[in-house]
Design a protein around this ligand. Structure first.
Ligand code: SAH
Length: 212
């Protein structure tokens, strides 16, 4: 059975209500989640599961994170309209679209390792009206053409910590959120870039695909 636009919008609103009840999230982030049509980012045979709070496969052995994880990471980078943001790991482009809802057109720069995923995400974001800069390549190098950034985040786990080029492309005072560590011992960390290094906070155990 195909769901109507009304069904999908109602499911999305229920997801937002569930996230509001279960997690301590800003209204700005909840509004962004409520605006992005997640069903457009998942494979056609998964559309009916698009508004369940869980990860879904997106091909090439990769997954789109669960909505609560996207929302928590969006809150942690503390961005506002007009801020420039670096994402490493575009995947299907969903997380980038949620951030673009907050920072506005042209302000999200995202790097994806798998060229086919980068191409598909670029086309999808464009079709849905999101002006996001998508580059195929190794996110360890960041996105030099878009720097400096007000914030950055990784959607794949960095076993040995956030690579230096990414830290160097974020302005002083900016935040970097990333899953760090290998296997089952990944932690979600938030770095604040300072003049003489970074300040590091931990935000619990997480499970992300490893950086290629
Ligand atoms: N934010 C994505 C989640 C993608 S999963 C979404 O909303 O769909 C993590 C992604 O990181 C995968 O697409 C994977 O191919 C990508 N990735 C892994 N290693 C990478 C690297 N070194 N540079 C850029 N992207 C990488």
């Amino acid at each position: 059975m195909t769901e109507t636009d009304e069904d999908l919008a109602a499911s999305r609103e229920r997801l937002v209500e569930q996230l509001r009840r279960r997690h301590d999230l800003s209204e700005r982030t909840l509004a962004a989640i409520g605006s992005v049509p997640r069903h457009e980012f998942v494979p056609a045979d998964r559309q009916s599961a698009a508004y369940a709070d869980r990860p879904l496969p997106i091909g090439h052995d990769q997954t789109i994170s669960a909505p609560h994880m996207v929302a928590i990471m969006v809150d942690l980078i503390e961005v506002a309209e007009g801020d420039r943001v670096l994402e490493v790991g575009t995947g299907c482009g969903y997380h980038a679209a949620v951030v673009a809802e907050i920072v506005g057109p042209g302000n999200v720069y995202t790097v994806e390792y798998v060229p086919d995923l980068a191409d598909d995400a670029r086309d999808r974001l464009d079709r849905l009206g999101y002006d996001v800069n998508v580059r195929a390549g190794d996110g360890r190098e960041g996105y030099p053409d878009g720097a400096p950034f007000d914030a950055a985040y990784l959607t794949c786990a960095a076993p040995e910590g956030v690579p230096d080029p990414i830290i160097e492309q974020v302005r002083e005072g900016g935040q970097i959120v990333a899953p760090v560590g290998g296997g089952i011992s990944q932690r979600l960390v938030r770095l604040t870039v300072e003049a003489d290094g970074v300040d590091r906070e931990e935000h619990g155990g997480v499970r992300f695909v490893p950086m290629q």
